[in-house]
Ligand binder design. Structure first.
Ligand SMILES: [Zn+2]
Length: 171
């Protein structure tokens, strides 16, 4: 992650470790990954619903539903908010979110490659209502988990999530 100046005093940073820096005033600064959340919907016949990305980077590639956490938001709260923003869903529309796995990724964002750490959940829809893609989701694809082509997925963290789902629902 790009780190050039101390966020506390603005003086230049010197690396002190792989993800650690220090400024002239001995302020320790850590370049940790940015937390994000992803949700997969699994159907009774072992298909997964994925988002078609409507924005760059990787517009048109497949993604989980979700996104960046806001401030001190929990992963669960962020997942719920994102499902409302991206699909107009309320928690009554899906079963309680189940933890799946976590994975590191690289997200090109505003001119830099941002390291992200994504916590993934999976769930099942409880309603048959048509999903309404909106916000940064251009569409929805339903694909069989078995044999899913990982190169369709926009980042390594999503690939790790799908691989965890495939282990959970072997065909
Ligand atoms: Zn400083």
């Amino acid at each position: 992650m790009e780190m050039t100046a101390c966020r506390r005093c603005g003086t230049p940073l010197t690396p002190t470790g792989p993800h650690a820096f220090q400024c002239a005033n001995q302020h320790p600064i850590y370049a940790n990954a940015t937390p994000t959340v992803g949700v997969f919907f699994v159907t009774a016949d072992n298909r997964v619903l994925l988002a078609v990305r409507g924005i760059e980077p990787h517009k048109g590639m497949l993604d989980s539903f979700g996104g960046f956490l806001d401030g001190d938001e929990t992963f669960e709260a962020a997942a719920s908010r994102e499902l409302t923003e991206e699909l107009a869903l309320t928690p009554a529309d899906y079963e309680p979110l189940r933890y799946l796995t976590s994975g590191a990724g690289q997200y090109p964002f505003k001119g830099e490659v941002l390291p992200v750490i994504t916590v993934f959940f999976w769930t099942r829809l409880t309603t048959t209502a048509a999903l309404t893609p909106r916000d940064d989701v251009a569409g929805i694809q339903s694909l069989p988990l078995c044999g899913l082509d990982l190169s369709l997925l926009h980042d390594q963290d999503i690939q790790l999530g799908i691989q965890a789902l495939q282990r959970l629902f072997p065909s």
